[in-house]
Ligand binder design. Sequence first.
Ligand code: PEP
Length: 248
Amino acid sequence: MKKLIAGNWKMNGSLATNAALVNAMLEGLEGPGAISELALCVPSPYLAQMQSLLAGSHIALGAQDVSAHEQGAFTGEVSAGMLRDFACRYAIVGHSERRQYHGETDVAVASKAQRALAAGITPIVCVGETLEEREAGQTEAVVKRQLAAVIHAVAHCTSEIVVAYEPVWAIGTGKTAFPEQAQQVHAVLRAQIAAATAHPERVRILYGGSMNATNAASLLAQPDIDGGLIGGASLKAADFLAIAASGA
Ligand code: PEP
């Protein structure tokens, strides 16, 4: 299976800068050559713009969150059906910034994953420990608890999710997990998925947390790292393409 390199733009961008960035990426992708599967998870107001910029390209469109509800009186929320209208293939759920700043619980994240799948969207389920939890020796317990909630909710659809291991202490900090450190957690997640589905080989487990053009190759070379979720470096065309090439 090809590696999946997914960008998470977070709350960055404008009509003008998005167009320049995507055009530079698409230009860089021209020509033959094996390339990883690529996706960009963008702020919701730009879905229409991005749908048209990415049409017919190798880059799939994704959202950064999705509502746990189908429709109705949920002011400010964006439903999975709405994302589907803009041809979103992926939706990040349970990003640590959502868990941390918006109080998203494991159960809420699981409902979001379920809603995405029901609309034909692949959830990119983020799990990861804080520095405190790592130092207390709780890393495995935390990521297993977070993933278990999703597996419990999506049940027989477990083989259709993407998981992203994102140690919170590595996100946006410039501190990357050592490849062996990340691999250790990925192996735990792989075993958990294998116990839950007959098709564990279909589930990609991405690493996220200050992945960049320099450290991507060594991370992506680990046996259970199937791609990357890229924050900061997905805002620079050359860096994003270099990471994509590392995973090809
Ligand atoms: C992220 O936000 O998912 C992320 C991994 O960010 P960064 O690459 O900037 O650490």
